[in-house]
Design a protein around this ligand. Structure first.
Ligand SMILES: *[C@@H]1O[C@H](CO)[C@@H](O)[C@H](O)[C@H]1NC(C)=O
Ligand SMILES: *[C@@H]1O[C@H](CO)[C@@H](O)[C@H](O)[C@H]1NC(C)=O
Ligand SMILES: *[C@@H]1O[C@H](CO)[C@@H](O)[C@H](O)[C@H]1NC(C)=O
Ligand SMILES: *[C@@H]1O[C@H](CO)[C@@H](O)[C@H](O)[C@H]1NC(C)=O
Ligand SMILES: *[C@@H]1O[C@H](CO)[C@@H](O)[C@H](O)[C@H]1NC(C)=O
Ligand SMILES: *[C@@H]1O[C@H](CO)[C@@H](O)[C@H](O)[C@H]1NC(C)=O
Ligand SMILES: *[C@@H]1O[C@H](CO)[C@@H](O)[C@H](O)[C@H]1NC(C)=O
Ligand SMILES: *[C@@H]1O[C@H](CO)[C@@H](O)[C@H](O)[C@H]1NC(C)=O
Ligand SMILES: [Zn+2]
Length: 311
């Protein structure tokens, strides 16, 4: 058990708000940015299984264990508790008594704690954290889930969190989809760091994820993407993006501030890509691979048939 992790996990368990990382950090100041993170959390941000990464599709390995997820409470409008300006992001606190994730090749059930976003500067400066073959999307949404049994002392910390990553792709529509229009309408109520607004009964997590085939995803082992960058995350990055109109994406970078309204807006709150260091990204076997498999077994069967018939 990583001793450094104990206070971190304790802090998470004791507070209902388990932030991604627990130290103060920044993104865009000359004297304080991602290059200085390793000095605030030396043994994690400088590690060898860090996130985010660029996913090279040609190197992705097939894994038949990556089956469908089971999502609990994602269709329930009472599970989103409040929306907060953390000064680093916009975070929606979830009711982890009612929301959880299992299946999807995960070994345990994970309770859903919160989701938050990473963005660039408006829809024209992309800000997703993960990229696919070098492609960066407008935004990325992270649903943070913590293993239900993680308070057990012997728990293996390397899979303590399961984060679900969704790419957000900008469209030329306006005010679409309705669920995102609804969610972003609350941004003007949380302009300052620490502001929080109740959003119970307004929308469901499912409604924010429409258009995504949640059986198609990438899987790898990585870290939190903010200090203290703990290497405790089973990452799931879904292939399909959620499509959101530009005007709504723009609201993230022109409504919420890093501290007071006199301070800058939160922009470019995404970490730079991290080295893969030999890690393997997996995904579902592609249908062409299984078709190939099927063709092979049919021809094998035929061959046997012909062979025995000749006898
Ligand atoms: C990030 O911080 C480092 C160290 O203080 C500094 O040298 C660098 O210029 C900063 N980068 C940006 C983009 O501000
Ligand atoms: C990060 O790790 C490298 C290689 O292990 C080491 O040289 C460097 O000093 C470390 N930096 C910090 C800030 O810990
Ligand atoms: C699939 O799961 C089984 C049982 O847990 C395991 O033995 C096997 O290595 C897994 N396959 C891959 C490709 O990870
Ligand atoms: C919330 O969900 C409940 C149960 O499905 C439904 O009756 C109610 O109308 C929903 N509330 C809103 C504001 O949509
Ligand atoms: C973000 O974009 C706006 C205009 O689109 C610009 O005024 C502002 O300086 C940009 N901010 C950053 C941090 O690049
Ligand atoms: C959106 O509009 C821009 C500028 O008008 C255009 O270049 C782009 O192709 C459009 N995108 C889509 C998906 O229609
Ligand atoms: C958000 O959706 C809820 C439930 O349908 C509705 O009562 C509320 O008026 C909507 N808010 C906005 C700003 O669209
Ligand atoms: C945020 O603003 C408050 C009020 O001006 C100030 O006291 C505080 O030091 C600021 N925090 C940061 C991190 O700059
Ligand atoms: Zn995140």
């Amino acid at each position: 058990m990583n001793v450094q992790l104990v206070p971190f996990l304790m802090a998470c368990l004791l507070s209902t708000v388990c932030s991604e990382g627990s130290v103060d950090f920044c993104y865009n100041f000359p004297e304080c940015n991602a290059t200085t993170w390793p000095t605030i959390a030396p043994h994690h941000c400088n590690g060898t299984r860090q996130s985010p990464i660029n996913i090279v599709t040609a190197d992705v390995k097939a894994d038949g264990n990556l089956t469908a997820f089971s999502f609990t409470g994602f269709n329930d409008n009472s599970t989103l508790l409040n929306i907060q300006n953390t000064g680093k992001s916009v975070k929606i606190l979830l009711d982890d008594q009612k929301m959880s994730v299992s299946g999807g090749g995960l070994q345990n059930t994970y309770n859903s704690k919160e989701f938050h976003f990473h963005w660039g500067n408006g829809s024209s400066f992309s800000g997703s954290e993960h990229t696919v073959d070098g492609r960066q999307y407008a935004m990325e949404m992270h649903i943070v889930n913590i293993r239900a049994d993680v308070s057990v002392a012997s728990a293996d910390e390397s899979t303590a969190y399961a984060v679900l990553g969704f790419f957000i792709e900008a469209t030329n529509d306006s005010g679409k989809p309705e669920s995102w229009k609804n969610l972003t309408s609350f941004l003007s109520t949380i302009p300052k760091e620490g502001d929080s607004r109740d959003i119970m009964y307004q929308l469901t997590v499912d409604s924010l994820l429409q258009g995504v085939d949640r059986t198609k995803y990438y899987r790898y082992l990585g870290s939190l993407t903010t200090p203290t960058c703990n290497e405790i995350v089973v990452w799931t990055v879904f292939k399909d993006p959620v499509k959101v109109s530009k005007d709504l994406i723009d609201l993230f970078s022109n409504t919420v501030h890093i501290n007071t309204t006199a301070d800058p807006f939160i922009t470019n709150n995404h970490r730079v890509l991290q080295a893969l260091n030999g890690r393997v990204v997996t995904s579902q076997p592609t249908s062409s691979a299984s078709t190939h498999h099927l063709t092979l077994s049919i021809s094998t069967a035929l061959l046997y048939y012909v062979f025995f018939w000749c006898l």
